[in-house]
Each structure stands twice: as structure tokens, then as C-alpha cells.
Design a protein around this ligand. Sequence first.
Ligand code: SF4
Ligand code: F3S
Ligand code: FES
Length: 254
Amino acid sequence: MTATLEDAPAAEQPAGEIPTFDVTLRVRRYSPENGEESTWDEFTVTAHGTDRVLDALHMIKWEKDGSLTFRRSCAHGVCGSDAMRINGRNRLACKTLLKDVNPDKPITVEPIKGLPVLKDLVVDMEPFFASYREIMPFLITHGNEPSRERIQSAEQRERFDDTTKCILCAACTSSCPVFWTDGQYFGPAAIVNAHRFIFDSRDDGATQRLEILNDKEGVWRCRTTFNCTEACPRGIEVTKAIAEVKQAMITRAF
Ligand code: SF4
Ligand code: F3S
Ligand code: FES
């Protein structure tokens, strides 16, 4: 039986000890070896009030089923490797507190959608990174090497500040219904990262990037669904960035 933090009887907790509670995770499992459809496994673990979904997954892996497979690295919302669907919503497991996702009921944990599942919660990120590479995510400059650093005003830096925050977690792209349909759409993450350079005053590659994104699988496939903005763990205004890239295309007559 699961219980909430509030249910933990304070009188039974020795002074100074953090209350614990039981929580059940319903995890979608898939193993390529057996070639069968994915299944659901349930695990109940004892967690502390400040534990995150990632902590619960670690408890399962270390104490109950070592074959459970998922990606994580930094455990602090920086590397972007543990995006997954938690209770039907894309989130980073390391930034999602168990107590914030209704631990009274089993918490469902699934791989992000639209990318091939390799094992359990691990998806093949290559199609995602292929789109990212295509928009040339690096500074392009023409002319002579500068003899000093490239000066940029605070206002010029501010123009693309939001899109510099991307950690390439794919939560946005894998929440986009257009991407789910055939996976051909560049996806919001690639456009966010194009935005980061298109609006950088030091960059000379905006025209090339806009031509790439003017493709039939580019920005015009976005239907302004806003799933991407809601999913972004960095709070990036993804849909707004996409709209600004569309606007740049129009005003530059592509
Ligand atoms: Fe993740 Fe946000 Fe970057 Fe999309 S824009 S990849 S959701 S950090
Ligand atoms: Fe998809 Fe975001 Fe556009 S969810 S349709 S890329 S606004
Ligand atoms: Fe790095 Fe979650 S493990 S962002």
C-alpha cells in the first residue's frame, strides 16, 4: 500500500530523522532480446521526502532489478540524459520530486516518444542528434581572424539568451505530435539551437541555417501546439523561439 508524506506519523519519527514513505513505480520494460512487445513492471520502494524519480529508479536498479536500464549522468538537471515520460508528461527524472507527482498512486515511467526504444527507458537519440547537427550548431564567421575578442553588447547577448539554456534532453522534440507522426520533422530542439546562432550578432551563418529550416521538414511543420514549451525542463520559450525563426524567414524573403 502506498502512503503520502502527510500520512507519515510524525510521532513515530525519531527527532532529526527524515520521514519516509512507500511509493510504487510502474515502469515500461522492453528488451530487444526477447523480441516481444513492451510490458509493465511494478516496484515499490521506500523513499524520503526529497527523493526524486531518479532516486527511486536507482533504488529499483540497485536493490530489486539490476537489469532495469535508463540513462543518467549528472543527476542535477544539467546533462539532459534522463528525459522520460513520468505520469504521461516529459520530464527529467532527476528534477522530478516523487512527492510532486502524486505518489498515492503508482507513478508511470516510460521512455520518451517518437524515438526507437533500445531497452527499457533508453531510446536511440541518433535521429534527434542528426537534426541537431544539420542546423550547424556552431559559430560561423567569414573574413579575417579577429585580432581581439568579438565584442557583443548586453542587448545583443540578451537576444538569444533563452535559447542558450538548452541541454539537448529531447523532452521538447519527443513531446511534439508532428514529430511523432513520422520523425522527419527537424523538431523544436534543432530549431531552438538554430535560433541560438541565427540571432547571435557574431554569427555569419544565419542565411544558411534559415535555408535549411525552410525545408518541407523544417519550421513550417510546426503547428504551434506548445507541447514543447510545456515539456522543456529549462523553461525555454520554445514555441516563441520557433515563431521568431519563422519571422526571420519571412522578413529575409525566403
Ligand atoms: Fe530539452 Fe528544452 Fe533543449 Fe528541448 S529546448 S532539448 S526540452 S532543454
Ligand atoms: Fe510541435 Fe512545439 Fe510546434 S510541440 S507543433 S514544435 S509548438
Ligand atoms: Fe543529468 Fe538528469 S541526470 S539532467
